[in-house]
Ligand binder design. Structure first.
Ligand code: F6R
Length: 625
C-alpha cells in the first residue's frame, strides 16, 4: 500500500531509487514519482508503472545524490499525475505512505495561510504543513523552525492517522528526514550513505544492515550520520539488524511471474516453516514463544482475527481446533471485529494472522482486543520485524520468504501449517493428545503421526504441483466465462472461498464460494451451461453428501470441475471433469487442495492475459483502513 524509498549517498542515488521502486511496486502501481536535490529540487512523476517513470527520468537526465521516491496505491484523489507523489511546497518535497485522517481541516487552515493546493491528496497537506512550520509566524509555529528536522518534528504533532514520510528540502541539500507513525519504514546503512524504504526488500541490493524504526520516530539522515528522536522528542538509538533476506529472494529468476514462483516455492516454504519439528516426535510450546506453555495452559477458547486470505487460513483452522482440541474457536474479519461490541474473555487466546504483519485492520483489531483486556495474544506472521509481531505476547514466524505477487499463495499454506501446529499444542494443553482415550482424547501416538504427516507436506505439495499441465488445460475453458461457483464442505469450504478469491482477484472472473449444502437454498438458481462449478471433493466423511450436491448441479446443466482424491472412485463423465489429487491427506488435505486452486486461478489469468502479479485496483500490504 504505497512504497517509499529515500537515499542520501555519495554517488547518484537515482538508480537505487528506481530499482527500489520496482521492488516495492507490489505495494501500489497507480503512479510513481521521485524528487532529487541537485542545485535545486528536480521532480518527475508518471502515471502507471515505475518503468514509465524510469523513461521520463532518463529523458530529463535527472541525477543527484539525495532523493525520495514513491509508488502509489490511490486513496485520496484518483490515480492521476497531479496526485502522484512526491508532493511539493516551494523547495520542499515529501513522499507518504498511509492516511492523514484530519487532512481536510488542515487543508482549510493552510489555504487560509495562502498555500495553494494542486492535488486532491491528503499528502500535499503534509508538504505545506512542514513548510508552514519552517516559516513560523502562524498557528502551527510561532517561530520559524531551526531546520527541516525541527520543522518535521513540529508538523507531526498536527497529523492524525498512520503515516511513513520521507522529506527533502532544497535549502538543506545534505539531509533527508524520515518519520514512522503506524506505517512501516526502515533505514539501511550502506558503505557510502544511508537509505530508507517501506520494506527491507528495497534495501537488500544496497545493504543488509538495517534499522527498524519505532512508531513516533523521526530521523535525520546525512551521508555519515543518523540522528533519531522518539515520539516524546528524546534522542534514541535503535538496534542495527543484519537482514537475512537475499537479493535473489526478491527476483523473478527463471519464472514469468512472482505468483508462479511463489506457488512453486511452496514445498520449500513449508519445509522451512516446519524445520523446527524436523525429527521431533513431540511438540514443544516454546516454538510459539518463551511464555507459550503458561499462556496456552489456561486458554479456554480461541478467537482468530485476520483479513482476506489470512482469514480463510483462520477459518480452516477453526475446524482443526474444535475437532482436535475441543476448544471453541471463532474467526472474525478484523475490519468487523474492531468496530463491534464484543464480549471479552481474559482466558481466550486471540490469534492474529497476517502475511505482511502491517495490515491496518488486523493491527487495529489486535489493539482493540488488547484494550478490552485480552492479554493472551499470538501473531502468525511472515515478517518478523512487522508491527503486528511486536504487539503480541506470543508469535510464530512462517518462513515463506518474501511474497511479492499481490495474490497470496505460499504465505497461506505456511499459515495453515503454523495453525496446525497451534492446534496440536492446544489439543495437548487441553488434554486431548494424551493417552487418556476413555475421556475421548486422542491417543499419544496420534501426535507422532500428525507430526509425521506435517513433515511430509512438502513432498505431497510437490506432487500436486505436478498436476499443473492438466489444471492448465481446464483453465482454458474458464477464460471465456464471466462467473464461477466454488463448492466445498467442512474444512474445505474455506478452501473453496480461497480458490474463488484467487480466481476473482487475478482473472477478474466473478467467483463465489458456497458450502455445498447451501446450494439448493439459493445459488442453484445461477447454475446453467455457462456456469463452471469447481468442487473441492476430498475423500472425507462428507464426500457422499457432496456427491449429492454435485448431482444437483449436473441436473441443471452445470459443468463440474472436481478436485477429488485418488481413492475416491470418481470418474469424468458428461458434464463432470475429475482430477485426482496424488494422495488422500486427511486433516491436512486443505493444504493440498488449495495449491490446485492456486494453479487454476494462475492459468486462467494467463489465458486471459491479465496482470497476474499486479491485478487492477489492488496492492499488497494493506496499511490503510
Ligand atoms: C489475497 C490477499 C489478501 C490478503 C489480505 C491480508 O490474495 O493476499 O486478501 O490476504 O489483504 O493481508 P495480510 O495477510 O498481509 O494481513
Amino acid at each position: 500500500m504505497c512504497g517509499i524509498v529515500g537515499a542520501i549517498n555519495s554517488g547518484s542515488c537515482v538508480d537505487f531509487l528506481i530499482q527500489g521502486l520496482k521492488t516495492l511496486e507490489y505495494r501500489g502501481y497507480d503512479s510513481a514519482g521521485l524528487a532529487v536535490l541537485n542545485g535545486g529540487l528536480h521532480r518527475s512523476r508518471a502515471m502507471g508503472r515505475v518503468a514509465g517513470l524510469e523513461d521520463k527520468v532518463a529523458e530529463k537526465g535527472i541525477a543527484g545524490s539525495v532523493g525520495i521516491a514513491h509508488t502509489r496505491w490511490a486513496t485520496h484523489g484518483a490515480p492521476a499525475e497531479h496526485n502522484a507523489h512526491p508532493h511539493v511546497s516551494e523547495g520542499l518535497a515529501v513522499v507518504h505512505n498511509g492516511i492523514i485522517e484530519n487532512y481536510e481541516s488542515l487543508r482549510v487552515q493552510l489555504e487560509a495561510l495562502g498555500y495553494t493546493f494542486t492535488s486532491d491528496t491528503d499528502t500535499e497537506t503534509i508538504a505545506h504543513l512542514i513548510q508552514a512550520c519552517l516559516a513560523g509566524g502562524n498557528a502551527f509555529a510561532d517561530q520559524p523552525a531551526q531546520d527541516l528536522f525541527a520543522a518535521v518534528r513540529r508538523a507531526v504533532d498536527y497529523l492524525e492517522g498512520a503515516y511513513a514520510l520521507a522529506v527533502v528540502h532544497e535549502s538543506e541539500p545534505d539531509c533527508l528526514v524520515v518519520v514512522r507513525e503506524g506505517s512501516p519504514l526502515m533505514l539501511g546503512i550502506g558503505e557510502n550513505g544511508h537509505y530508507a524504504a517501506s520494506d527491507a526488500s528495497a534495501l537488500v541490493a544496497m545493504t543488509r544492515r538495517m534499522v527498524y524504526l519505532e512508531n513516533g520516530d523521526v530521523g535525520r539522515l546525512t551521508r555519515d550520520s543518523i540522528e533519531l528522536v522518539d515520539g516524546q522528542g528524546n534522542a534514541v538509538e535503535r538496534d542495527v539488524t543484519l537482514s537475512s533476506l537475499s537479493a535473489d529472494a526478491v527476483e523473478l529468476g527463471e519464472y514469468r511471474h512472482f505468483m508462479q514462483k511463489e506457488i512453486a516455492e511452496q514445498p520449500q516454504a513449508l519445509g522451512n516453516t516446519l524445520e523446527m519439528i524436523a525429527g521431533a516426535n513431540r511438540l514443544h510450546p516454546g516454538i510459539f514463544g518463551a511464555d507459550a506453555e503458561t499462556v496456552l495452559a489456561e486458554v479456554d477458547s480461541v478467537l482468530i482475527l485476520a483479513c482476506g486470505t489470512s482469514s480463510y487460513a483462520g477459518m480452516t483452522a477453526k475446524y482443526w481446533i474444535e475437532q482436535l482440541s475441543g476448544l471453541p474457536c471463532n474467526v472474525e474479519l478484523a475490519s468487523e471485529y474492531r468496530y463491534r461490541t464484543s464480549v471479552p474473555n481474559s482466558k481466550q487466546l486471540v490469534v492474529v494472522i497476517s502475511q505482511s504483519g502491517e495490515t491496518a485492520d488486523t493491527l487495529a483489531a489486535l489493539q482493540h482486543a488488547k484494550s478490552l483486556g485480552h492479554t493472551r495474544t499470538l501473531a502468525i506472521c511472515n515478517v518478523p520485524e512487522s508491527a503486528i509481531v511486536r504487539e503480541t505476547a506470543l508469535r510464530f514466524i512462517t518462513r515463506a520468504g518474501p511474497e511479492i505477487g499481490v495474490a497470496s499463495t505460499k504465505a497461506f499454506t505456511t499459515q495453515l501449517s503454523a495453525l496446525f501446529l497451534l492446534t496440536l499444542l492446544l489439543a495437548k494443553a487441553n488434554g486431548m493428545l494424551s493417552a487418556d482415550t476413555e475421556n475421548g482424547s486422542i491417543e499419544a501416538d496420534r501426535e507422532q503421526d500428525l507430526l509425521a504427516e506435517l513433515r511430509h507436506l512438502p513432498v505431497a505439495v510437490e506432487r500436486v504441483l505436478a498436476l499443473e499441465p492438466q489444471i492448465a488445460e481446464w483453465a482454458q475453458e474458464f477464460a471465456h466465462k464471466h462467473h464461477a461457483l466454488f463448492l466445498g464442505r467442512g474444512r474445505h469450504y474455506p478452501i473453496a472461498q480461497e480458490g474463488a478469491l484467487k480466481l476473482k482477484e487475478i482473472s477478474y472472473i466473478h467467483a463465489e464460494a458456497y458450502p455445498a449444502g447451501e446450494l439448493k437454498h439459493g445459488p442453484l438458481a445461477l447454475v446453467d451451461a455457462e456456469m463452471p462449478v469447481v468442487v473441492v471433493a476430498p475423500n472425507d466423511e462428507l464426500l457422499e453428501k457432496l456427491k449429492a450436491n454435485m448431482q444437483e448441479v449436473s441436473a441443471r446443466g452445470g459443468q463440474l470441475y472436481v478436485f477429488a482424491d485418488g481413492d475416491s472412485r470418481m470418474n469424468s463423465s458428461d458434464g463432470v471433469k475429475v482430477l485426482h489429487m496424488p494422495e488422500h491427506y486427511g486433516l491436512l488435505s486443505p493444504v493440498l487442495h488449495v495449491v490446485a486452486l492456486q494453479l487454476l486461478a494462475y492459468h486462467v489469468a494467463l489465458a486471459k492475459g491479465t496482470d497476474v502479479d499486479k491485478p487492477r485496483n489492488l496492492a499488497k500490504s494493506v496499511t490503510v483502513e
